[in-house]
Design a protein around this ligand. Sequence first.
Ligand code: NAP
Length: 507
Amino acid sequence: MSLFGNGLRRICAVAAAGTAAEMSKLVRVALRQTSTVELRLDWLASDAERARFLRWLGKRRLRNATFLATCRRREGGGKFAGGVDRQLYWLTQAREAGCQWCDLEVETLRKLPGQSVREYPVPPRILLSVHDFERTPDLPSRMDPPAHGAVDAVKIAAEARTIQDSVRLLRLARNSRNFVAVPMGEAGLPARILALREGSALAYAPVAAATAPGQVSLDEMKHLYRAHALSRRTRVYGVIGDPIGHSLSPLLHNTGYLARRLDAVFLPFLVRQLADFLSAVPEFGIRGFSVTLPHKQTILKHLRECEPLAADIGAVNTVVVRRDGSLYGCNTDYLGVLRALEKKLPIKGSRALLFGAGGAARAAAFALSRAGANVAICARREKAAKELARAVGGEVLPRRALRTESFDAILNATPVGMHPHGGISPLASGELHCRIVMDLIYRPQRTQLLKLAAQKGIAAVSGVEMFLAQGFAQWRIWTQKRPPEASMRRAVLAALRAEENSRPRYP
Ligand code: NAP
């Protein structure tokens, strides 16, 4: 059993706020989700706020909870402006208010006589913390608390510049006793979620929504990733890309695992160098991953085998890791386009215009032409348009032709109109002569292009339909089961709605 208990108790909520009132609110929210809470006393704006908060805490006598008091000085990367004496004073007050644990940074311990805090009336259990906000330093093969008992547990929080950095920290967690591993930064996020299964005594998560890349909110840690329930048997999947922070794939896939009660987790990997990620695949036990920009083409040369259609498209968005570790690639974007369109239009024999000639346009062009559509390409670079048209046996149209030509469907495969430039449309109203307009963009869901289409009475299809359909297909490939589409769709649409409601409206 971990020092902090089992299961959910190992998810440590972080309460950090400037005032006692906000802090006590965070503690109340935290205790609805877990019983282990770190109190960042150094975040409180003044001594008066610290005193007020600890008075509040002391009166509550929350006996089932484990509180870890932290009053980190600036030297150790915290916000507390006082010296070691004042820091120890506040930790002493924290003990009186009911805190059983305190976090003491190594910079403070080094300043104490005998490098021990045991003579001070601070909380009885001590977590010695070492921070490196720049990099992951060289690490020993194991790190147990020293035998003389000066501290009860050791924490290393280090910036993971690469996925390999985070792997090194996880290895240390696996080999050590009473150890807390905190890989920081966005590249470290998957390891942060997997830390508990690797033996870390705690995984930290802020109570309020995550505010920095690489953080996972308490709610996500518990409900989306179920970090406390992951084991070596859990099947690990993920999405790789750069940037990756706003990907909805973890929500889509994890919602599906939950609904079907599968022991699986889907993580977002910030991947700058493919080799950095690929060498971590066996370490994490990854069974499959989704590929997004900028790796959809470059992943091809790392595959043992590739679905012929994906090879023709020249892009892979889905990879299966086989038992022998080799990679098989396929493309579900093309299925996504078909599923999204075929509900509204018989594709065989139709005439479809693709605006744009990049990666998504290629998947759409192959999908439509293989399904029997006559494909026309219009792109700002004629050379790219010609190449794609040749590859799918389609025609190239110059932009001016759009004023007069008619189509069954027009698809926007450029990023024009995507958040935060949601107010603009890639095509003018006078260029929309068709029955259906599909925008591959899904942020926002209702783009300016789709609004123009609706004004002309043209049926509109959002890119979210393609996103969902390509994701359902991936889910089926990896799990060999039918995806719970309704729950997955509900979760993604709700997240997009929440996102749109939280940002200013476009004119
Ligand atoms: P990409 O490979 O970079 O291709 C973008 C295409 O848009 C290129 O042809 C580019 O032309 C063109 N373009 C860019 N800015 C333009 C402008 N101002 N005017 C005219 N053309 C412009 O990107 P992609 O992967 O194909 O993605 C395209 C869009 O599809 C993105 O919005 C993406 O979010 C969306 N998408 C959606 C899904 C989904 O599941 N719904 C899946 C994949 C992609 P140049 O070559 O001249 O730059």
